[in-house]
Design a protein around this ligand. Structure first.
Ligand code: NDP
Length: 280
C-alpha cells in the first residue's frame, strides 16, 4: 500500500472563495508530489489552537491568509529573513525538529509576476504602491531590491504610510504620504494594494498618477476587471493587470518551501484564466 499523502491547506476567514486548493492540486499533479490540500475556515480566536492541532496530527504545511498573517508570525518558532522583515507570515512549514518555520512569499510572488510573466524591469522606474496593509508590508523589501528610482507608498491613513517608509528607509529611496500629496506627479508602475476592490471601490487617488504607458497592477483579482482596473482603463492606461499571477507565484514559492521543488506556474495561470478569469 502506498503511504498516506502529506497534509497541507490554507487557513483564513472567510476562505471558501480561495483558489489555493485548485492551484496546489495542479502543482502536485505536475510534480508528482503526494499531497492533499484543504480549506480551513477558522475564526481569529481559534487560530492558535487550530494550527497547533493541525501540526500535532502530522500536517506538513499551511498557507495563511486574511486575517491571520500577524498571528501566524507570532506562532512561528523561527522566521525566514523575509518574513521577519515583513512582520507577517503567509506560509507555515513544520521542520524535522518539529519547530514551525514562518515564511512570507507575497513579495517574491509579486516580483516573479512583474519580472517573469509581465517582463517589467523596475530598475530606475518610479513606483507607487497604494495601501499600507499586510500585503504592502510583504512586498516593499523585495521591490526595493530591484532598485526603483523611488518607491512611494500612499495610504488613505497617511501616518500608516509614513511609518512604513520609516521602517524600510535603509533599503532604498522610499516615501510615505496621504492621497492628497499625489498631485502633479505620475508613475511608471502603480500597484493597488488596498482592499478597496473587494468592496467594489477604488482608492481616491488622482488619475494624474497614471500615464497611458504606466503599468497598473491590482493585487486583488476577480472574474472580469476589478474596479481599479476599470478606473485605470477609463483614465487612459493601456496596460492594466490584476493579481492572478501574484497569487500563483506566491503559491509556487510556498510549494517550493514545503516540497523542495518549484512547480511551473504558466500552465496553472493558463488553467485559471480559462476557469476563473474568463468563464462566466
Ligand atoms: P489589509 O486589510 O491589511 O490592508 C488594507 C489596506 O487597504 C489599508 O491600507 C487600507 O487603508 C486600504 N483600504 C481599504 N479600503 C480602502 C478604500 N475604500 N479606499 C482606500 N484605501 C482603502 O489588506 P491586505 O494588505 O492584506 O490586502 C490588500 C489587497 O491585496 C487585498 O485586495 C488582497 O486580496 C490582496 N492580496 C493579493 C494577493 C495575491 O496573491 N494576489 C496576496 C495578498 C493580498 P487604511 O490604512 O486607511 O485603512
Amino acid at each position: 500500500m502506498s503511504a498516506q499523502p502529506d497534509q497541507y491547506g490554507v487557513v483564513g476567514h472567510p476562505v471558501a472563495h480561495s483558489w489555493s486548493p485548485f492551484i496546489h492540486g495542479m502543482f502536485a499533479r505536475q510534480t508528482g508530489e503526494q499531497v492533499v490540500y484543504r480549506l480551513h475556515d477558522v475564526l481569529p480566536e481559534n487560530f492558535r489552537g487550530f494550527v497547533l492541532d493541525f501540526f500535532s496530527r502530522g500536517g506538513r504545511g499551511l498557507n495563511v491568509t486574511v486575517p491571520h498573517k500577524v498571528a501566524a508570525f507570532e506562532i512561528a518558532n523561527e522566521l525566514t529573513p523575509r518574513a521577519e522583515r515583513a512582520g507577517a507570515v503567509n506560509t507555515l512549514a513544520i521542520q524535522r525538529d518539529n519547530r514551525l518555520l514562518g515564511d512570507n512569499t507575497d513579495g517574491a510572488g509579486l516580483v516573479h509576476d512583474l519580472r517573469d510573466n509581465l517582463s517589467v524591469n523596475l530598475a530606475g522606474r518610479r513606483v507607487l504602491i497604494v495601501g499600507a496593509g499586510g500585503a504592502t508590508r510583504g512586498v516593499v523589501a523585495p521591490l526595493l531590491v530591484l532598485r526603483p528610482a523611488e518607491l512611494v507608498i500612499a495610504n488613505r491613513t497617511a501616518d500608516r504610510a509614513q511609518a512604513f517608509a520609516a521602517d524600510f528607509q535603509d533599503l532604498g529611496t522610499i516615501h510615505g504620504c496621504g492621497f492628497d500629496e499625489l498631485t502633479d506627479v505620475s508613475f511608471d508602475v502603480v500597484i493597488n494594494a488596498t482592499s478597496a476592490s473587494l468592496a467594489g471601490e477604488v482608492p481616491a487617488i488622482p488619475p494624474t498618477v497614471i500615464r497611458s504607458d504606466s503599468l497598473c497592477y491590482d493585487m486583488a483579482y476577480s472574474k472580469g476587471d476589478t474596479p481599479f482596473l476599470k478606473w485605470a482603463k477609463e483614465n487612459g492606461c493601456t496596460r492594466a493587470v490584476q493579481g492572478w499571477g501574484m497569487l500563483v507565484e506566491q503559491a509556487a514559492e510556498s510549494f517550493q518551501l514545503w516540497r523542495g521543488v518549484r512547480p511551473q506556474t504558466r500552465p496553472v495561470l493558463d488553467a485559471l484564466r480559462e476557469r476563473a478569469i474568463t468563464s462566466s
